[in-house]
Write a protein that binds this ligand. Structure first.
Ligand code: F6R
Length: 372
């Protein structure tokens, strides 16, 4: 079942090229070349007419929802709010009939997320599920469902479900932007092509050389007690997600921050004992790269140990500053979470493995949280 891998988590990280291809299956229109999500056809007009979209979820699924906010506002130009389902359900939220509530959930059984859907249904909002487990409670109680099609996720730490959710939200954002006129036909075709390249780009990261290098890096970081993860824009949620991944499986404390927030507090933590993983792609990230680079300089000036995730364009420049540079393929800014998260998933995995942790079922955690 583990296909020869030591843990399900590693298997599920490694199979991402394959399952992301599966996630794209039947989602490119063969005649037109445009992206499509056929299961939303019946509700598409209502989504396009929405006053706003509210994305509700927990944990990793909440992180993919945050990427969804950047995507849907950026490409689809519809206002988006992202909420923890556990907060949403208890704070008497204002809901309108022309709201769309999207929930993202791997298991489809998370109690708080399920309750958020029930509240939204009662208020007359349109509810959509982005779910992995077919026929799960959330899939049954939402008006329409997009399945991730990434196969069962066994490891408690979510990896391929995260990238699957981000990929579905990416397709949704492009479709919405195209349908409401913010994306031209030519752009929609080009975006569909870029989306289809993602599984191969993920595969490019998972080469034996890269794996060996990340494994060595993990060995050198295994005794660190605290980690900081920084990212900007689309990669801010990846910083949060990567910190969560490390905490869950290795029991090492980690925090994720938007890079520019560092100087508003966490900078005081930085010393030579503190690894700081910074997501800093350069190509197509012109606005953000220089800013993140200067954050890296601030960390280096305080003797912090920087691990930079960048692309070919940033490699030489960041090698002068960072202790370790990990290169991922370059993508458009809106696609970069799908590649930048991959080496950080592996880093969490191997740090946990070197620390002898029970990776597939970490202490105190359940795969599906069916109690509030
Ligand atoms: C993190 C993790 C959890 C889940 C959260 C929501 O790796 O697995 O944070 O993401 O419990 O679960 P689902 O997506 O099943 O609703």
């Amino acid at each position: 079942q583990k296909n020869g891998y030591k843990h399900f988590m590693l298997k599920e990280i490694m199979e991402q090229p394959k399952v992301l291809r599966e996630c794209l299956r039947s989602r490119i229109n063969e005649q037109t070349g445009f992206l499509q999500l056929p299961s939303l056809d019946n509700v598409m007009d209502r989504i396009l007419a929405a006053r706003r979209i509210i994305i509700c979820a927990c944990g990793t699924s909440w992180h993919s929802g945050l990427v969804g906010e950047y995507l849907i506002e950026g490409l689809g130009r519809i206002p988006v709010e992202v909420e923890y389902a556990s907060e949403f359900r208890y704070r008497s939220p204002l809901l309108f009939k022309d709201d769309v509530v999207i929930v993202t959930s791997q298991s489809g059984e998370t109690a708080d997320t399920l309750e958020a859907i029930r509240i939204a249904n009662k208020a007359g909002a349109l509810t959509l599920g982005i779910v992995n487990v077919v026929g799960s409670s959330i899939a049954r109680e939402t008006s329409a469902v997009v399945y991730l099609q990434v196969g069962p996720e066994i490891g408690v730490a979510s990896t391929k479900a995260f990238t699957g959710q981000v990929l579905v939200l990416t397709m949704l954002a492009v479709i919405l932007g195209h349908r409401n006129g913010n994306i031209t036909d030519a752009e929609a075709l080009d975006y569909a092509r870029q989306v289809q390249e993602i599984p191969d780009k993920v595969a490019e990261i998972l080469t034996p050389e890269n794996l060996a290098s990340l494994k060595r890096l993990s060995a050198s970081l295994r005794y660190a007690k605290n980690f900081l993860y920084l990212g900007r824009g689309f990669n801010f949620p990846v910083a949060l997600e990567s910190a969560l991944k490390l905490k869950e499986v290795s029991y090492v404390h980690a925090e994720g921050y938007p890079a520019a927030e560092m100087k508003h507090g966490p900078i005081s933590l930085i010393d030579q004992q503190m690894p700081v993983c910074v997501i800093a792609p350069k190509r197509h990230h012109e606005g953000n790269y220089e800013k993140v680079r200067s954050n890296i300089q601030e960390v280096v000036a305080r003797s912090g140990n920087v691990i930079a995730i960048t692309d070919e364009d940033g490699r030489a420049d960041l090698a002068t500053l960072a202790e370790h540079v990990m290169v991922v393929p370059s993508t458009a800014e809106w696609l970069s979470p799908l590649v930048s998260c991959i080496p950080l998933q592996l880093l969490s995995y191997w740090i946990a493995d070197y620390r002898g942790c029970e990776i597939d079922s970490p202490r105190n955690l359940a795969k599906s949280v069916t109690v509030e």
